[in-house]
Design a protein around this ligand. Structure first.
Ligand SMILES: CC(=O)SCCNC(=O)CCNC(=O)[C@H](O)C(C)(C)COP(=O)(O)OP(=O)(O)OC[C@H]1O[C@@H](n2cnc3c(N)ncnc32)[C@H](O)[C@@H]1OP(=O)(O)O
Ligand SMILES: O=CC(=O)O
Ligand SMILES: [Mg+2]
Length: 531
């Protein structure tokens, strides 16, 4: 069918987001950019196949001139983005929107990616919450009677929206009968609904861009920004975007990504969880040198992770851009001992990042805002950032980025069980509409769950030997899935575990971890199971 069609239900107030302006922008973006999006996804598949056949990642010869040219810089920091010493992330449900804005963080990453299930109600409802938040009218009353509203005694966090990655479709909005791009839909809905509002309030439409694999994918976003600004009469250059360097290939194109977006750039972020996932995914069939140990052993100080963050800070500061640190996944606990350990770990993580030259970092929970802020203030003092600290001492080679083999640690049965349990629990939450959950005192989201299921796939595919001598086989994984699901059932109760989401989560996890064909993103088959 020609033209644009909304097939999702039109709930109360959805017409405030699904306006003729936003729909016509989606239609234009789809027609002008979707074919290139699909081509770039195809290029990803070709690169993965080449790596599987023995190719290696490296800095690109064809863009050497961009790296060698010292004359270019990205745009100066935009209003509300000068000081980013602490950023909180989280989904855009009504209560969490208010809590995040009130948290004392400088920035709130309003998430439609890793922390969100792209349920139609979340996609459009999240935009309504952002609209109300920007207009200052957002309120919420919990079923227990607790009332939430925006604070007036301290500045609210600057809103930065993270649209979905290029891989995700939006099946409830069709153009010419085709599903649209989830990322372009999130971008267009926010820009059309709240872009001008943000400018009227002295800020702007700001974005975090996830899961890109090349500078050509950054160019596609830049083109979307140019079209969006032009279509809506918003001054060119007022959109700003921080790119997550969270795929292995993108680590070799950091400078080129900044260059493509330089007019709209707000820096880079070290998206450590998806980065680990991408390392596993890209080299999953390349044998034992590429097998990572248990998830908990892959810390930020192992050589290949260290090389990546050092290069990120150096690259950003060379080009006048913010370098933003990643997520320490520890969240507060009611158990005092676990709680003290969680705070100490977050403090160590943020202290190391601030010392390395990052300009700010992420926390998953309002309780961690102060810890992150203090660690950065200890280095920054009153300065808004340390962009002027060029890390000329840092020289990172491709070999260092690729040095996965010297990661210390073991693959253990506890690690395998943990991956299975977390993967099934996360998928059940996701299918139920919640994209981030606390499990075992850690924040779990799509990125961390991708690591869990990919490790199970890789360990089985490579027949890895566990520390106790057992080999990871299909039979072992099936037995542990049975046992871990029985343990979950005991904890949540047979009635709850009998619900449809648990059965679907178990089936999806089993397929993802045992199928011979590795699935690129767990959210793709999970989205197919969703209305
Ligand atoms: C790899 C990556 O991409 S990281 C970025 C993506 N991931 C995320 O953004 C995850 C963000 N964090 C979260 O979603 C949550 O912290 C969770 C789900 C992990 C834990 O949430 P909860 O189980 O509600 O934790 P807890 O009970 O301790 O929360 C206490 C209060 O803080 C609020 N809160 C917790 N985390 C957040 C947050 N990130 N943003 C806003 N409010 C939050 C809760 O809503 C709750 O509010 P209330 O007291 O008014 O009811
Ligand atoms: O999005 C962040 C990550 O670590 O993944
Ligand atoms: Mg991520």
């Amino acid at each position: 069918m020609a033209g644009i069609e909304v097939t999702g239900p039109l709930h109360e107030r959805f017409d405030e987001v699904l306006t003729p302006t936003s729909l016509s922008l989606i239609e234009r973006l789809h027609r002008e950019l979707n074919p290139r999006r699909l081509e770039l996804l195809q290029r990803r598949a070709e690169r993965t196949a080449a790596i599987a056949a023995g190719a290696q990642l490296d800095f690109l010869p064809e863009t050497a001139d961009v790296r060698a040219d010292d004359s270019w810089r990205v745009a100066p920091p935009a209003p509300g983005l000068e000081d980013r010493r602490v950023e909180i992330t989280g989904p855009t449900d009504r209560k969490m929107t208010i809590n995040a804005l009130n948290s004392g963080a400088k920035v709130w990453l309003a998430d439609q990616e890793d922390a969100n299930t792209p349920l139609w109600e979340n996609v459009v409802g999240g935009q309504l919450n952002l609209l109300d938040a920007i207009e200052g009218t957002i309120e919420f009353t919990n079923p227990d009677g607790k009332h939430y509203a925006l604070r007036t005694d301290q500045p609210l966090a600057t809103i930065v929206v993270r649209p979905r990655g290029w891989h995700l479709p939006e099946k409830h909005i069709l153009v010419d009968g085709e599903p649209t791009s989830g990322g372009l839909v999130d971008f267009a809905l926010y820009l059309a609904t709240s872009g001008q509002n943000q400018l009227d309030r002295g800020q702007g439409p700001y974005f975090y861009l996830p899961k890109m694999e090349s500078h050509l994918e950054a160019r596609l976003w830049n083109d979307a920004f140019v079209i969006g600004q032009e279509a809506l009469g918003i001054p060119r250059g007022t959109i700003r975007a921080t790119v997550l360097i969270e795929t292995y290939p993108a680590a070799f194109e950091m400078e080129e990504i900044l260059y493509e977006l330089r007019e709209h750039s707000a820096g880079l972020n070290a998206g450590r969880w998806d980065y680990m996932f991408s390392v596993i995914k890209n080299f999953r069939t390349r044998g034992s040198d590429w097998v990572l140990p248990d998830r908990n052993s892959v810390t930020m100080t192992v050589p290949f992770m260290r090389a990546y963050t050092e290069l990120l800070v150096r690259t950003c500061h060379k080009r006048g851009a913010h370098a933003i640190g990643g997520m320490a996944a520890f969240i507060p606990s009611r158990d005092p001992e676990i709680n003290a350990a969680a705070f100490a770990k977050v403090q160590d993580d943020k202290t190391r990042e601030a010392g390395d030259g990052f300009d700010g970092s992420w926390v998953a929970h309002p309780g961690m805002v102060e810890t992150c802020r203090d660690a950065f203030t200890a280095v920054l003092g009153d300065r808004p950032n340390q962009i002027d600290r060029t890390r000329d001492d840092v020289q990172v080679t491709a070999a260092q980025l690729l040095d996965v083999a010297s990661t210390p640690g073991e693959v253990t049965e506890a690690g395998l069980r943990g991956n299975i349990s977390v993967g099934v629990q996360y998928l059940a939450a996701w299918l139920g509409g919640t994209g981030a959950v606390g499990i075992n005192n850690l924040m779990e989201d799509a990125a961390t769950a991708e690591i869990s299921r990919s490790q199970v796939w890789q360990w089985r595919h490579n027949g890895v030997k566990l520390a106790d001598g057992q080999q990871v086989t299909r039979e072992l994984v099936e037995r542990l899935i049975d046992e871990e699901c029985a343990a979950i059932e005991q904890r949540v109760g047979a009635d709850a575990f009998g619900g449809v989401h648990w059965a679907e989560a178990r089936a999806t996890f089993t397929d993802l971890s045992l199928a011979d064909d590795y699935v690129d993103f767990l959210t793709l088959p999970a989205y197919e199971r969703m209305p």
